[in-house]
Design a binder for this molecule. Structure first.
Ligand code: LR7
Ligand code: MN
Length: 593
């Protein structure tokens, strides 16, 4: 329900650097590569081109997916848009199965391996900050269900690589009864061979869901602070110290990093704007702009920000305070609602919830959740009902006004949670709204929805790099809309070129979009990569609308990993399709002015 929109600010310079790095890698000694050899990881072993992308297993010497160590300000990391290129059927299968099972590009995730450098997305002022040396130790708890192996391992290694050892008490992995057998075996092998020591694995006998899963993880933890992460994250430079510092100062402080965006289609890591957590009366979490009144500290953009709610997945909390405050509601199942429940509880029962702008952790934002609940129940509704009945007093009516069908729905026994609220002598929901979330409108039904936080693409047009007709060199025809280009979109075909026809004019911009007649973007279906490309409204978030115009005249589609080809160059039908990039004449295109 949360849509993050963001710009691709210039992946332009990246491909050059990338090629240089690959070149260097090939020319490095056999010795540094033999490092990978005897590690049997299923599904990651492959021949041909792919051996270049085999993961690194420890942070030893040798090449890595580095950005040159410079992290030039405001730039994307050097991740080539062609990282997802498909070379054979095996690649295609990894990609398609990956989208099916995990809803992100697992092919790229595997190629990235378990370590990569990230752009340092912090404000410059953060880099000058210092933190006390004596800080509480952390137990990092990562609960997962059927996670893609490489994403899980990158989460773990990013923590090991970017956390001072003396602060990292342990990492606790909770396998929530995953049923992907490969994942189980691979993880066992990998943990035995590589991660003995700081990483512990707990397996749930049955599927518990992320809420009880985290409680189980926390019950095994012995560090002073609990840090929860989703299983597809990458922590950034100096992420932990700024989280631990405010907890050390006041143990009733719960802190969240800024959650940076890892694209599900390209795995590119980019900064998030500084926003804070809110919610709507449907009890969905949402991001809000930070009100001016909350920004007026002398430290401006880098001081902690009070947040009415948290997104849920990424936060740190004193372990004894977590227990004292009632952990989570163990009557909540699988997914949803626990984030608002713990947020309300923190504020109403004497704690505070802060977002720490100097701590950055990336998270893969997927467009759909790739799993359901075991019995197909709507666990979000079940969990929300529980939290509404325990914490929201009369304001639960706001929820029922939107979801009348839930008014009489069973939600199980909440006796213990009500008793907890009494025992902790928590304040009223009205107090919370008045003092912590005054922006929240208590509806009269005709209130306008609040402005979206993420900037609308239409407000800022990316710079045009090239303009002209898009001619296929073999067919000697140009790519056009099949009918008249309209707001609705539609198919594309090749037809005789006509230099005076404005409806044949494409623009190629710095965001790697191809826009026809200033109107619609060339777009690929992400679910069905076998479908031909089409024209769609521009969405501005790369992926399915991101193309590169290569040196060899190929037109490469970033999220699909294939090239645009004419199907039968001499047929009048003019059909086009995506195909494995092979440099053949049917795949050669020129954008000519
Ligand atoms: O049955 C399950 N068992 C699990 O162990 C279901 C899920 N999980 C694991 C899963 O593998 C993952 O590691 O739990 C974690 C979270 O599940 P996601 O990644 O499917 O959730 P999400 O990122 O879509 O949803 C957000 O809201 C959830 C509400 O229950 C949780 O609080 C997630 O942690 C939370 N994620 C974040 O806050 C990251 C930033 C997203 C935003 C905004
Ligand atoms: Mn997640």
């Amino acid at each position: 329900s949360v849509t993050l929109r963001y710009f691709c600010y210039g992946c332009l310079f990246t491909s050059v650097t990338w090629s240089v790095l690959l070149f260097l890698y090939f020319n490095l000694s056999e010795e540094s590569r033999s490092f990978y050899r005897n590690v049997p990881i299923k599904g990651l072993q492959s021949q041909g081109f792919q051996h270049r992308f085999q993961p690194r297993f420890t942070r030893g010497p040798g090449p890595q997916y580095r950005d040159g160590g410079q992290n030039r300000k405001g730039q994307k990391p050097d991740l080539s848009p062609e990282m997802g290129m498909i070379f054979n059927e095996h690649d295609q299968e990894v990609r398609d199965m990956g989208y099916h099972k995990h809803a992100f590009n697992v092919l790229i995730s595997n190629r990235l391996g378990y370590h990569r450098d990230l752009p340092d997305t912090r404000n410059e002022k953060c880099k000058e900050r210092t933190y006390p040396l004596a800080l509480p130790t952390a137990s990092v708890v990562i609960c997962f269900f059927n996670e893609a192996f490489s994403a899980l391992l990158r989460t773990v290694h990013s923590v090991l690589d970017r956390t001072p050892a003396y602060l990292l008490h342990e990492i606790i992995l909770v396998d929530d009864n995953s049923d992907l057998t490969d994942l189980k075996e691979d993880l066992d092998t990998y943990l035995q061979n590589n991660l003995r020591g700081k990483v512990k694995l707990v397996r749930n006998e049955k599927r518990e869901g992320l809420i009880r899963g985290r409680m189980i993880g926390a019950s095994h933890a012995t560090g002073e602070v609990l840090v929860f992460l989703d299983s597809h994250c990458e922590v950034n430079e100096e992420w932990l110290q700024p989280l631990l510092t405010p907890i050390k100062k006041n143990r009733r402080t719960v802190v969240c990093p800024v959650i940076d965006i890892i694209s599900a289609d390209t795995l590119v890591y980019s900064p998030s704007p500084i926003v804070r957590g809110g919610f709507n009366w449907g009890l969905h979490f949402k991001w809000d702009p930070v009100p001016m009144s909350e920004l007026n500290s002398p430290d401006g953009a880098v001081a902690p920000i009070r947040s009415p709610t948290m997104a849920g997945g990424l936060f740190a909390m004193d372990r004894s305070y977590f227990n004292e405050l009632g952990q989570y509601d163990s009557g909540m199942d699988i997914w949803g609602g626990e984030n608002l429940e713990i947020s309300f509880r923190i504020w109403m029962c004497g704690g505070q919830l802060l977002i720490i702008p100097c701590s950055r952790v990336g998270h893969i934002f997927r467009k759909r959740r790739p799993y359901g609940s075991p019995g197909g129940q709507d666990t979000m509704a079940h969990n929300s009902l529980r939290l509404a009945h325990v914490w929201m007093d009369d304001y639960k009516e706001q929820y029922f006004a939107l979801r009348p069908e839930l008014r009489n729905r069973e939600f199980g026994d909440i006796g213990e949670r009500v008793a907890l609220r009494q025992r902790l002598q928590c304040r009223s929901f009205k107090w919370y709204l008045d003092n912590i979330y005054p922006e929240m409108q208590v509806s009269s039904p005709n209130n306008k929805p609040q402005q979206p936080v993420f900037v609308n693409k239409g407000l800022r047009r990316p710079r045009v790099l090239q303009r002209g007709r898009l001619r296929n060199l073999l067919a000697d025809k140009c790519l056009v809309a099949q009918g008249r280009p309209s707001q609705k979109g539609g198919a594309v075909v090749v037809r005789d070129c006509d230099s005076r026809d404005p409806e044949q004019e494409w623009t190629y911009d710095e965001e790697h979009e191809l826009i026809l007649a200033g109107l619609l973007c060339l777009d690929m279906s992400e679910i069905r990569s076998s479908d031909p490309p089409r024209l769609m409204k521009c969405h501005g978030s790369g992926g399915s609308q991101q193309w590169t115009l290569g040196k060899s005249n190929r037109l490469y589609q970033v999220s699909v990993g294939q090239c645009l080809a004419v199907v039968d160059p001499f047929s009048h039908k003019g059909y086009v399709a995506m195909a494995i990039c092979d440099g053949s004449p049917s795949q050669q295109w020129q954008l000519e002015g």
